[in-house]
Design a protein around this ligand. Structure first.
Ligand code: MG
Length: 403
């Protein structure tokens, strides 16, 4: 018997079958390209295979009309070769098998349905071990529901005889065999049944005269065929998807005019009495400007100057509420949900304390947030620097957004 080391024994190649040319592209996006959590149904199993070092590479068999649905991460991955499918699943498998790069005769080839997103690495490993021990194997689970035949009588159906479930398993994928075995089975096919069509690889291998062993899978490796299945898959995916939480940061500073005069300045959208005007193109609201930049930061969409350039006379004396509203709209358009904002104002004068609640109320209205999701602090610069010399004021802001 050939003496292989463990590393060689455990490597394998995968064919993922994601649709053939026989399927027409309907108006609906095919199920394998529906989003499940943050990625497509198809991407879940591909990711599981790619995360296994033992997986040398993947042949992904698709309907060429679906190519536009593939994510760039799949298109550009050097371990994935994308191949056009045939008119049936079986022909797609054959196309995939013939396209495998540099196969050794004694390497395990696994074939997986793209519509089964939740296959687990440990079951793939068990399957690969069984292929190396027994030549061919397939994932399957015990049947636990009672299975009965039925006959249809007009509108109603009548149950027939129950099937003894002890002797039955429900087949899953991946299924696989050594490359040499698949090749020998194809030679048999060409000689004995060239038009043969088989629902899966184990049925084909058995028809060609090979024994196929069973590797125990798990029920969560189910195939998405109905909307019901899709809903269950969404629930599982949501439990396994890391939340996309982004923290945006913004900073703004404005100088006061030197001239002393009774006036008001905008802080957080509120008119606060002060003895110096703000030197700014717009209304110079450092709180709303810092918040606008923080919001834009969560979606990588430039900064306040990108969208409202001070060189444009249109924004002269602009109300900064319009800047904030625009940034909030941009975040919402990217499906962001603003969860929390946190602000620190730095100035010697005016005192923020007497106006703090008005600013909080205004921010709560603008962001549609409860007050315990709005942090508003004020501090002085301890008489140091420009701000300490009462020549201006500044604000720092963070926002937390869930996508
Ligand atoms: Mg500013």
């Amino acid at each position: 018997m050939e003496n292989k080391n463990i590393q060689e024994t455990n490597t394998f190649k995968a064919i993922i079958v994601a649709g053939g040319s026989g399927q027409r592209l309907e108006n609906d996006i095919p199920k394998q390209y529906h989003r499940l959590g943050n990625i497509h149904v198809l991407d879940w199993s591909i990711q599981t295979f790619l995360n296994m070092n033992e997986c040398e590479d993947i042949v992904l068999v698709i309907n060429p009309a679906h190519k536009t649905f593939l994510s760039p991460g799949i298109m550009n991955n050097t371990r994935i070769k994308i191949v056009d499918g045939g008119s049936t699943r079986f022909k797609s498998f054959i196309n995939g098998l013939r396209t495998i790069s540099n196969p050794k005769n004694d390497i395990a080839i696994l074939v997986h349905d793209a519509a089964r997103p939740f296959v687990r690495a440990k079951h793939i490993r068990n399957l690969v071990s069984n292929i190396y021990m027994h030549n061919a194997s397939a994932l399957a689970v015990r049947v636990t529901d009672t299975i009965q035949s039925f006959t249809k009588n007009g509108e109603s159906s009548t149950l027939g005889q129950p099937i003894n479930r002890d002797g039955h398993v429900a087949m899953q994928t991946p299924q696989g065999a050594l490359y040499s075995t698949f090749n020998a089975a194809l030679t048999w096919l060409n000689g004995h049944n060239p038009d043969g069509d088989y629902p899966d690889e184990s049925t084909f291998l058995k028809a060609a005269g090979y024994d196929v062993t069973v590797t125990t899978g798990s029920k969560d490796n189910f195939k998405i065929t109905s909307q019901d299945d899709m809903n269950i898959a969404q629930t599982i995916a949501n439990q396994n998807t890391a939340p996309d939480i982004r923290v945006g940061y913004g900073y703004d500073i404005h100088a006061f005019h030197d001239e002393i005069t009774d006036t008001t300045i905008k802080i957080g959208g509120i008119d606060v009495p002060h003895n110096k005007k703000i030197n700014a193109h717009s209304d110079g609201d450092v709180v709303l400007h810092a918040l606008t930049d923080a919001l834009l930061g969560t979606i990588g969409d430039g900064d306040i100057g990108t969208h409202f350039p001070p060189s444009d006379p249109k924004w002269k004396d602009a109300d900064s509420k319009d800047f904030i509203k625009d940034a909030i709209k941009r975040v919402h358009e990217k499906n962001g949900r603003i969860n929390h904002v946190d602000i620190c104002i730095v100035c010697e004068k005016p005192k923020i304390g007497p106006h703090r609640q008005d600013i909080m109320d205004n921010l709560a209205r603008l962001f549609k947030l409860p007050q315990d999701r709005i942090g508003l602090k004020a501090t002085t610069s301890e008489k140091m620097g420009y701000v300490g010399e009462e020549r201006g004021l500044k604000a720092y802001a963070h926002v937390t957004v869930n996508f």
